[in-house]
Design a protein around this ligand. Sequence first.
Ligand code: ADP
Length: 309
Amino acid sequence: MDSEKCDSNSSCPTCNQVGTCSEEEKEAHDLKRLEATMSLVKHKFMVLSGKGGVGKSSVAVNLAVTLAKEGFAVGVMDADIHGPNIPKMMGVEEKRLVGNQDGLLPIRTESGVIVMSIAFLLRNKDDAIIWRGPLKHSLIKQFVGEVFWGSLDYLIIDLPPGTGDEALSTAHLIKKVDGAIIVTTPQEVALLDSRKSITFCRELKIPLIGVVENMGGFVCPHCNKEINLFKIGGGERAAQEMKVPFLGRIPIDPEMVVSSDDGVPFVSKHWDSKVAESFRQISGKWRQLMEKEMDKKELYLEKFKIKTR
Ligand code: ADP
């Protein structure tokens, strides 16, 4: 677009002026703003699952809090438009959004993790979102470009199960998603579906950081020992078959359900538990792999002399 013309007209809502910009100019301004916002976030990555109920949001929340406890600046973007659970899980369900000249401000949770979700915009928490793809795309565009995330080490994007509109829009809008984590349970059906998420990432050239197996094994609430209640290891086998790193296994702990219902992330309350230990291990392995991916990206950009800013 002709940015000179647009600036001299001083006319687009995106540049906070009186509006006479053309649609193309607005689009170009939006894009510029989105790139500027995302350039302040070091690592942007998606959490995906093939099926609902496998603990994808729980993994996103607890990984975010683990990283925050380890000293990183972390944001969670709840891109699950039809089932936005992150605010409830993080105890900020009742909060409402405010904005300033920088954009909409994410909600800060007790752990220091900042959150954005459509749940903050709903009048009634039981309201259903009945939207087609284009509306979802424009909401995600706002979440990525018009929310003032500030400088972050990690932006974790919690997507709905499957490989639908939200995942596609997020990948297209961010352009360079730094990586994806696939959450699965050990059961065969969930595994089959998670293979589709792996294929999705490969098609969109999103680096697969790894697979997390959730609910493999059970932590006895009485003796704190792990029992293999259901079969375990399916996630690891699927990861091997699909040639994706395996990040680790999170056991079943009934306290996880209580914590998420109470709006207190499990690891905030039970930092010494087996589950929290699993999250720390996964976070460590994941950060290592993520750094490797970033090095590859830097080498690639250097090789082809591509400037990111
Ligand atoms: P998804 O995002 O995949 O739909 P959720 O994260 O909402 O799944 O989890 C579904 C339910 O399972 C929630 O009640 C959550 O507390 C519970 N849950 C998740 N992981 C575990 C676990 N490791 N142990 C016990 N309950 C879990």
